[in-house]
Design a protein around this ligand. Sequence first.
Ligand code: HEM
Ligand SMILES: *[C@@H]1O[C@H](CO)[C@@H](O)[C@H](O)[C@H]1NC(C)=O
Ligand SMILES: *[C@@H]1O[C@H](CO)[C@@H](O)[C@H](O)[C@H]1NC(C)=O
Length: 318
Amino acid sequence: MAVLVYLMTIMAAAMASAASGAELTADYYIETCPHALTTIKVLVGAAILREPRMGASLVRLHFHDCFVNGCDGSILLDDTDDMIGEKTAKPNNNSVRGYDVIDTIKSAVNTVCLGNVVSCADIVAVAARDSIVALGGTSYDVLLGRRDATTASIDDANNDIPTPFMDLPALQANFESHGLSLHDLVVLSGGHTLGYSRCAFFRSRLYNESDTLDPAYAASLDERCPLAGDDDELSSLDDTPTTVDTDYYQGLINGRALLHSDQQLYQGDAGDLVKYYADNPAKFWEDFGAAMVKMGNLSPLTGDDGEVRENCRLVNQE
Ligand code: HEM
Ligand SMILES: *[C@@H]1O[C@H](CO)[C@@H](O)[C@H](O)[C@H]1NC(C)=O
Ligand SMILES: *[C@@H]1O[C@H](CO)[C@@H](O)[C@H](O)[C@H]1NC(C)=O
């Protein structure tokens, strides 16, 4: 009898915390799917081995998910007759990648969990961390228990994701609208230690006399990014696009940031932080992990809100 009362008390407490929108926790799946995290890690590793750039793409996928109504997997939803989702929004169309890798991970995780247990939003958050670790960054605990959105919005994606044409005040205002500070802006922009940009996002800098881009560097880019055409031609965002290091910050100091928005960080208080991280890789790794956790906590759906999607591209059918 005493045991029964005890069990009922525990269950009532568990249900109350679920209903009130429990906080995210690192061990969320420890009982319900103990092999989830190793499964994700192995498949992220395999994807990066196939194509080293995929690590960068998975990190960016998490950023673009979190900045549009919170980290809720909304970016993964395909368009339907009733809804135009985020995939074709300006910052994402022909640009965000990794959807197939997430699909592969999701079906593998559903198999090892013997059911649909791990949310798509959590898979994206863990895949970003595993990419950073696979490419030389320091690990951090991803907090888990996000649920998936049942809707997505192209307009919100167009409005809420910062653009590479922004000046520092606009970047700072955008991050503040997400509850993130100037310091978070500088640290999280360090994500550009990985990956590439399409010519379309930096062309205007190459053919502008008053731009501050290092002239020798600009000249080296001209051929691959002509005044007209070749929108999809890629250049790396720092000198070492498959290594998590502080070359990105060093590049800003040398006037060799590829994106206008990145070069904007090298001024005032933000510029002091750029110099600090350029010289302190260990501090960058540590603070980047903490800032990724903070970004990963943006307005998650918890408790009874949202759902755990069976297929990351589709809202569950009744
Ligand atoms: C601060 C405002 C930011 C702006 C304006 C910005 C803009 C961009 C642009 C224009 C690209 C190139 C995309 C393409 O050509 O298809 C890019 C790539 C990338 N961004 Fe950002 N970004 C910002 C912040 C971040 C943050 C916070 C992260 C992650 C923490 C991040 C991670 C990445 C990565 C990893 C890539 C390379 C993706 C790949 O190669 O597939 N960015 N970003
Ligand atoms: C997205 O890109 C495709 C292929 O380039 C293009 O046809 C389409 O118009 C773009 N969609 C939007 C909404 O810009
Ligand atoms: C050229 O660069 C300057 C300095 O960054 C900027 O003020 C101006 O708007 C740019 N012009 C064009 C056409 O992009």
